[in-house]
Ligand binder design. Structure first.
Ligand SMILES: Cc1cc2nc3c(=O)[nH]c(=O)nc-3n(C[C@H](O)[C@H](O)[C@H](O)COP(=O)(O)OP(=O)(O)OC[C@H]3O[C@@H](n4cnc5c(N)ncnc54)[C@H](O)[C@@H]3O)c2cc1C
Length: 430
């Protein structure tokens, strides 16, 4: 059965994924000559850089997500479908989902990346990833539930298992989560959980590399380590997590840490949609594209954002960084090209590095700009401004700003709710 999409006679561009790349592209094609069908398995766009604040109960999920239908309310050439694409027929030019199939003239794959557990099924089942708002909420619920349960536990070891947290991966996500957890321990636990010996709470950050924040400057790595240690985080470098059994985390130097909760931020990999053969996949299972972002051998199929790896950019032989700026810049180039009538005028994608940053609790951040390195309070202000500016929607910007101001002055937040359904009436929706 085919998707119910109006036949308008326009050339149809199907965009799969409404993250930074897909959303930017679809918006750039509003009022163009194309019929755009934007498909996502969520009915909202999510702002991943602030997931960790949802996980730490600092922000509500709704303040960092935005309903797709609202964005395109007045875009007559854009249809939105809430569906997960399960298969692509590259030859017949069709995508398949539970809704049925949909023919396309052009397809843009912007499905992003997912958490990499490096094939370890046990880690996948037992640890907490943070690649969606749902997963961030799951972490929030787990942390709060464990603190609640720990209040009734007399045995020290059993209590440790509930209150200690191991974060794996010293990239921006791991560093930001560890910093936020340390602040939670310092400012929230003594107030909310007065009977809990919060001095017993240990936050560990385990990183396989020698320096935190790979990809950033040596100063940024050193400063982030210093800030985390000042906050009391136990940073363990050059160790790999080999095993986790739900009670202990085992590292490759033979040590083990008693802990029941592991947040896994150790890497990403692209999910492969059925119908895409292995020879189209590059490093990290990213789709191989040329500099005009066309999938190799398929000129009407494109991939952008985290899902794509540009093969012939000598400045980035291993692919461009999988960050929001890459996704946005790719979408801009592709949008411009698709609106240009003659293919001979198509531009090639050239990445412009606008810098990177990470925050470690309040008042501390590290920022690497192309010609400037910042740290401490100034870097933290820059981090706040950039993230606020990048958020979609005036309402979201205002709510996040007010939350941050409230949090900054009161050292407190009133979002620490454990919300999960007791049962679902429609099990097929879970
Ligand atoms: C916790 C975290 C923090 C981050 N912090 C930063 C940061 O500070 N700065 C920065 O630049 N980058 C950051 N990133 C990376 C940044 O978010 C990504 O590089 C960016 O989101 C990539 O955009 P994208 O559009 O390619 O993919 P995404 O934004 O991941 O979007 C992919 C979309 O595709 C949809 N989708 C996937 N598969 C299917 C399917 N089969 N069918 C239908 N829909 C599908 C998903 O629902 C999603 O909406 C962070 C990422 C994470 C997880």
């Amino acid at each position: 059965m085919a998707f119910n999409i109006p036949e308008t006679g326009q050339e149809r561009v199907v965009v799969v994924g409404a993250g930074f790349a897909g959303l930017k592209l679809a918006r750039s094609l509003v009022k163009s000559k194309y019929q755009i069908v934007l498909i996502d398995r969520n009915n909202y766009h999510q702002f991943q850089p602030l997931f960790y604040q949802v996980a730490m109960a600092g922000l509500e999920p709704s303040s960092i997500s935005f309903p797709l239908r609202k964005i395109f309310q007045r875009a007559n050439n854009v249809s939105i479908r809430y569906a997960e694409i399960e298969r692509i027929d590259l030859i017949e030019k069709r995508v398949y989902a539970d809704l049925g199939y949909l023919n396309f003239d052009k397809l843009v794959i912007c499905t992003g990346a997912t958490t990499n557990f490096f094939g370890n099924k046990v880690l996948e089942d037992l640890t907490y990833p943070m690649k969606s708002i749902g997963e961030a909420l799951d972490i929030r619920n787990a942390i709060l539930t464990d603190y609640e349960r720990a209040l009734s536990i007399r045995d020290f070891d059993e209590r440790q298992e509930l209150i200690d947290i191991v974060v794996v991966g010293g990239g921006a996500t791991g560093v930001e989560v560890a910093g936020a957890l340390a602040e939670m321990k310092k400012y929230i636990l003594p107030k909310d959980y007065r009977e809990l010996p919060y001095g017993e709470v240990d936050i560990y950050l385990i990183h396989a590399g020698a320096e935190l924040l790979p990809g950033m400057s040596a100063q940024a790595s050193a400063n982030s380590l210093k800030y985390l240690q000042e906050l009391g985080v136990q940073v363990i470098l050059q160790k790999r997590v080999q095993r986790f059994d739900g009670d202990f985390v085992y590292t490759d130097d033979g040590n083990k840490i008693r802990c029941g909760k592991v947040i896994w931020a150790a890497g990403i990999v692209c999910p492969v949609i059925s119908g895409v053969s292995d020879e189209l996949l590059g490093r990290g299972k990213r789709l191989k594209v040329n500099r005009q972002l066309q999938l190799i051998n398929y000129p009407d199929i494109f991939a952008i954002g985290d899902a794509a790896i540009v093969l012939d950019d000598p400045d980035y032989p291993d692919g461009h960084p999988q960050v929001a700026q890459t996704a946005i810049q790719m979408a801009k180039v592709l949008g411009r090209n698709l609106k240009t009538n003659s293919k001979s005028n198509w531009k090639i994608f050239t990445y412009r590095d606008l810098g990177s940053m990470a925050t470690i609790g309040r008042n501390r951040a590290v920022v690497d700009l192309p010609s400037l390195r910042l740290r401490g309070f100034i870097a933290w202000v820059v981090w706040l401004v950039v993230h606020l500016y990048s958020l979609l929607g005036v309402r979201n910007k205002v709510i996040v700003f007010l939350n941050w101001v409230w949090n900054y002055f009161t050292y407190d937040q009133s979002l620490r709710l454990i919300i999960r359904p007791r049962k679902t009436r429609r099990p097929e929706d879970t």
